[in-house]
Design a protein around this ligand. Structure first.
Ligand SMILES: Cc1cc2nc3c(=O)[nH]c(=O)nc-3n(C[C@H](O)[C@H](O)[C@H](O)COP(=O)(O)OP(=O)(O)OC[C@H]3O[C@@H](n4cnc5c(N)ncnc54)[C@H](O)[C@@H]3O)c2cc1C
Length: 268
């Protein structure tokens, strides 16, 4: 069956990091009343390259469902086709359109909401922004159920901390949201966290285990219980390049976490 492809009109484009060449995009689907999706899903964007060959790339929705609108967060990849095509789109007043199909993907919040560690590097922040907009909508509603939500965001430099103001404001507003940006190549003046995301994920897991009186590694669940019947009190959601995603998955497996507790999306 042919997939339905939609035309999305660019309404706003902002460079959110000049050094990393990362852009925030806001699109409107004029032909649709609403574009329902679960936070964390992606759209497939389609365009012809210079040789007239159709190219398709996945881009995580960087917002929660919001009528016929969606946001993307994309950085330029050297020699890449699609990321540069998007980054070069003319903003208003000229305006641009792209073609997408979707939503697609299973990188979504598990139900019911549990304590959750969101781990991202680079534009892996996009689905996390979608989760957080859904958990803590701007109308004051709160879907977190008071569960602890950590966002551990790793990047090299302070200039590459995307959406920092938004997450800091959210952490001010919501005591159960903990925003932990960490830099691997921080300047001396940086007063925040340092090192790779793994260091801070470990600390969260160890402190939580101590608080709950659990020793690590956790005992493996009874193999007689089918995996589909297991329930968990915490999940990790990991998004970014494979190198980081694999590292965090191995770390959590070493703490005795079940593979079902570790939800991930790899960009490469
Ligand atoms: C489910 C999913 C969701 C995604 N969501 C996003 C998103 O929200 N934002 C975003 O910016 N990207 C996202 N990506 C990556 C995106 O689909 C493209 O791979 C990326 O934009 C590069 O495409 P390109 O056409 O510019 O480069 P290509 O022409 O495909 O590749 C050029 C070269 O760059 C390498 N490369 C490809 N991707 C990357 C990368 N991300 N970093 C470093 N090198 C790379 C390739 O191996 C190749 O050597 C997502 C990928 C997946 C699978």
């Amino acid at each position: 069956m042919a997939r339905e492809t939609y035309t999305a009109r660019l309404e706003r484009k902002v460079c959110i990091s000049e050094p990393a060449q990362c852009y925030h995009f806001e699109f409107v689907l004029d032909g649709l009343e609403s574009f329902p999706f679960a936070s964390g899903q992606f759209v497939s964007a389609v365009a012809d390259d210079a040789n007239g060959k159709q190219q398709t790339r996945a881009y995580s929705l960087a917002s929660a469902a919001n009528g016929n609108r969606f946001d993307l967060c994309v950085n330029r990849v050297e020699e890449g086709f699609f990321s540069n095509h998007l980054a070069d789109l003319p903003d208003l007043p000229i305006g641009s359109e792209i073609h997408v199909h979707g939503p697609h993907g299973h990188f979504i919040l598990q139900s019911p909401i549990t304590d959750s560690i969101l781990v991202a590097t680079g534009t892996g922040i996009a689905p996390m922004r979608g989760y957080l907009q859904w958990l803590f909508p701007s109308n004051g509603e709160d879907r977190s159920g008071g569960k602890e939500i950590w966002l551990v965001y790793g990047t090299r430099y302070e200039t590459d901390i995307y959406y920092q103001d938004e997450f800091e404001a959210l952490a001010q507003r919501k005591p159960n949201f903990h925003y932990l940006p960490t830099l691997s190549r921080a300047q001396e003046s940086w007063g925040g966290l340092r090192g790779h995301v793994q260091v801070h994920v470990s600390r969260i897991v160890e402190e939580r285990a101590a608080r709950l009186g659990l020793s690590l590694p956790l005992p493996a669940p009874d193999p007689a219980i089918p995996a589909s019947d297991l329930s968990f009190d915490i999940y990790a959601y990991i998004c970014g390049l494979n190198f980081m995603v694999s590292g965090v998955r191995e770390l959590l497996a070493g703490f005795g976490w079940h593979r079902k507790q570790i939800v991930f999306e790899r960009y490469d």
